[in-house]
Design a protein around this ligand. Structure first.
Ligand code: HEC
Length: 359
């Protein structure tokens, strides 16, 4: 890490923060999207199931009373008097539209009047859960069928009206035309208040989840691109405002420490532009430039003084040498003269002294 450049380090740290952020944020966002998608599907399912109940109610309250007399006499069974029939027919019309072709609606019973309504294992299981007293009035979840992954909402269907029993109690009480059409096997023996079927609606989950995936990808994409741009921007700003000026200053410092001539650097446009800045690096550069100028002046002065000293020393040395020479010749001369003098003195003085010795 210590060998990495400042910008690489920045990039790495920012990328790390970004990665952690996007992982946590992405996870939370994905969960929220899924939650919302599920809620959306659930509300669709609820809306449809309530609509079907409204259709059932309409049949019981408005259609059946008009036709009830005909029903007992008519040789043909009048399906329009049956709430389950009207609900199914309305739903088939609804499914006829392309967008809703994968939606399913079923009133699934263990012992149905119409064999098409026979509950499969899954639905039987739901029915037994919903038949329990005080059970939750609604079960929802996901189920894989040929139509794809479907979200379902299941509700118990009760015999809530005496009128139901005219067709669903015993075969002899039911209209003859009903027995002729459906037989006397299924859909009988039901009692008032009994849960006899599970009303279940299947809503395709794929579309809604695809929409969730699309918005997730879009938001994450925008997020990632924005962050990449931010990292690039920070990097280039860092280079321009911090690293480049530091290079200039460290180049100058290098020259100073190597005792090279840095007069051109001191006047360079690069350094000028940094010192003009009002931020921290600007004041650092100002101090640095002043310091460099001081060093330059002081070095110049020192060099001057040293030069003067050298000149003085040279002068002294020259004097010394001259003096040496002069002194030594003088000395030689003196010596020579002294010897000569001594010789002379010996020559004449001896003769003068000798007579005294000989006398
Ligand atoms: C006029 C006779 C009649 C009346 C009244 C009637 N039903 Fe039915 N019911 C039928 C027939 C016939 C079917 C089969 C319809 C079909 O082809 O799907 C049926 C189907 C059903 C089904 C679907 C399961 C199955 O057996 O196929 C349920 C649940 C049901 N009826 C509940 C009720 C309830 C609750 C009421 C009272 C509100 C009621 N019915 C009133 C005749 C009747």
């Amino acid at each position: 890490m210590s060998r990495l450049s400042l910008s690489t380090r920045f990039t790495l740290i920012l990328s790390g923060v970004f990665l952690v952020g996007i992982t946590i944020g992405g996870f939370a966002y994905w969960r929220a999207l899924q939650q919302r998608a599920q809620e959306e599907i659930a509300s669709q399912g609820l809306l449809l199931i309530e609509t079907m109940n409204a259709v059932r109610g309409y049949t019981t309250q408005h259609v059946r009373p008009l036709l009830v007399d005909d029903l007992s006499t008519s040789p043909e069974f009048i399906s329009e008097t049956v709430p389950a029939f009207s609900a199914r027919t309305v739903f088939e019309n609804f499914r006829g539209q392309e967008d809703f072709s994968t939606y399913l609606y079923k009133e699934a019973a263990l012992n149905p009047t119409n064999p098409k309504d026979k509950a499969d294992d899954f639905e039987s299981d739901l029915l037994s859960q919903l038949s329990v007293e005080n059970a939750n009035a609604e079960i929802s979840g996901f189920r894989n069928l040929d139509e794809g992954n479907l979200f379902y909402i299941a509700r118990p269907l009760k015999i809530g009206n005496e009128s139901c029993l005219t067709c669903h109690s015993t075969p002899d009480q039911a209209p003859a035309s009903l027995i002729a059409t459906y037989g006397d096997q299924g859909g009988f023996g039901w009692q008032l208040g009994q849960v006899i079927a599970v009303q279940i609606i299947y809503v395709p989950a794929r579309e809604v989840f695809n929409a969730a995936i699309r918005s997730f990808t879009l938001v994450m994409g925008v997020f990632i691109i924005t962050f990449a741009l931010v990292i690039l921007l920070i990097n280039s700003l860092l280079k321009r405002y911090v690293i480049q000026p530091v290079y200039v200053l460290s180049g100058l410092a290098d020259k100073i420490s190597a005792d090279e001539n840095f007069a051109t650097e001191l006047e360079s446009a690069a350094l000028q532009s940094i010192t003009k800045r009002s931020d921290e690096l600007g004041s650092l550069a100002q101090v640095f430039r002043k310091m460099a100028a001081d060093i330059s002046a002081r070095t110049g002065m020192l060099k001057n003084q040293v030069n003067q000293l050298i000149i003085k020393i040279d002068e002294l040395r020259r004097h010394q040498q001259v003096a040496d020479v002069v002194e030594s010749e003088f000395f030689n001369d003196l010596q020579k003269r002294a010897r000569e003098l001594r010789n002379k003195e010996q020559g004449s003085g001896g003769k003068e002294n000798k007579p005294a010795d000989t006398e």
